[in-house]
Design a protein around this ligand. Structure first.
Ligand code: NAD
Length: 397
């Protein structure tokens, strides 16, 4: 009897996805979130490109090697300029603090690299304008990681509003509440704490947290045209890690603003890092003529949905568990009922970027530099309104 040969594994053929070799700059919180997305995206989403974590850059060699081992990165660089110049890098993923986004992005354009940049786009609108000008002139694909839109429940909210189901939208409200900077002993500057140093962060909760709320709001409900705001810095001086001396704190610890959208709806936004008990309470609610929607990051797979069209004795808020095959992105993962998490938002963002590389521009479904500039303009207007105590018109991107 002839011996049975083992089942052959098909060889990789020429129609396999082409590698997209990504160079990651920064191995902190976002470095890990993105490395995870780069590893996962190709396994769950089919596109013409397979993301490869080609190199990682950071300034501390010991930490860098540890990160590279943990995430199977092929090589390391301690100078981002070298990474950006490398011929074996197709796209650069910027995961460094906000004050470096512009310089790195402009260098990427000079070296012809695609760019995936963390939010906020830059320290302010004028930096953002330079970045938009450069990427648009170069025609290099560019993405900003406003990741929350890519959660199934948030995408479903967008689809429901875009279909016109809500009727006229009256209200939009969003909060992003945390409590980790209440201690006066916390220094400003350094790993993670660069967020308290205005020179590095640009602003406090406005650029860090409200930028997310603004991106989601603009995506779902259209442009914001004017704002009135108040900010507060509760702890006026903190030791700076660079000097060891107390220095003025110039970030906004808390910010609340009112906004008017182009569609006539009105909005209330609030963010603080002084809401004791809240770690990352990002919520939004939209009230329309016929329906309302609400979402909460702490229960991120669910979209709350109220339909006034239901007979009055059956009316009430329902909670849609967005894990079914026909919910955005969910069908590519597990069976219905099994939830996704924060990390999946980054996988989905990367998937949208990868699929766009072989799709017409009109089919792009991710925020690019120009969109992020629009959000930056809203942040700038909010801070200007808080400074002046007046309503401020928002510059449109
Ligand atoms: N999309 C989101 O939900 C989200 C969440 C957190 C942070 N962010 C954004 O991501 C960016 C990074 O934030 P993070 O929380 O990861 O910060 P982090 O402090 O955890 O990490 C920053 C990393 O950048 C590195 N770095 C700093 N300067 C560098 C330089 N000159 N060269 C090379 N590496 C350098 C640091 O060593 C560190 O590895 C920020 O722009 C932030 O606003 C976005």
């Amino acid at each position: 009897m002839a011996k049975k040969s083992p089942t052959a594994i098909p060889m990789i053929t020429s129609d396999e996805p082409r590698p997209l070799r990504i160079g990651l700059i920064g191995y902190g919180f976002m470095g890990r979130a993105h490395a995870n997305a780069i590893h996962q995206a190709g396994h769950f989403f089919k596109t013409g490109r397979r993301p490869v974590l080609q190199a990682v850059c950071g300034r501390n060699e010991g930490n860098l090697v540890e990160f590279a081992k943990a995430w199977q990165v092929k090589s390391c660089e301690t100078d981002w300029r070298k990474l950006v110049a490398r011929a074996d890098i197709d796209a650069v993923d910027i995961c460094t603090p906000n004050d470096s986004h512009m310089e790195i992005a402009l260098a990427c354009v000079r070296h012809g690299k695609m760019i995936l940049c963390e939010k906020p786009l830059a320290l302010n609108g004028s930096q953002g304008e330079k970045m938009v000008h450069a990427v648009e002139k170069s025609k290099l694909p560019n993405l900003v990681w406003y990741n929350y839109r890519f959660l199934p429940a948030v995408s479903l909210a967008k689809n429901i509003v875009s279909s016109g189901e809500l009727g006229k939208v009256f209200h939009y409200r969003a909060n992003f509440l945390q409590d980790w900077t209440i201690s006066a002993e916390l220094p400003q500057g350094g790993a993670g704490l660069w967020r308290l140093d205005a020179a590095v962060a640009g602003s406090g909760v406005t650029g860090d947290l409200l930028a997310h709320c603004i991106d989601t709001a603009r995506w779902i409900n259209g442009e914001i045209v004017s704002v009135a705001a108040m900010t507060e810095t509760f702890i006026k001086e903190r030791v700076h890690t660079a000097t060891g001396k107390k220095q003025a704190v110039k970030i906004d610890d808390a910010c609340a603003f009112l906004a008017r959208f182009e569609n006539g709806s009105m909005a209330v936004f609030e963010s603080t890092r002084y809401a004791r008990g809240h770690k990352a309470l990002y919520t939004f609610e939209i009230n329309g003529e016929r329906k309302s929607l609400a979402w909460d990051l702490h229960d991120l797979n669910r979209l709350s949905y109220f339909d006034h069209g239901v007979p009055s004795d059956r009316r009430g808020w329902s909670s849609i568990h967005c894990t079914d095959g026909d919910h955005p992105y969910a069908g590519k993962w597990w069976v219905p009922g099994l939830g996704l998490g924060y990390e999946h938002s980054f996988v989905h963002a990367l998937y949208e970027f990868l699929r766009s590389l072989d799709a017409p521009k009109s089919e792009r479904r991710y925020p690019d530099f120009r969109h992020a500039l629009g959000t930056q303009y809203v942040c700038d207007a909010v801070l200007a309104a808080a400074r002046t105590g007046k309503w401020v018109e928002v510059k449109q991107a």
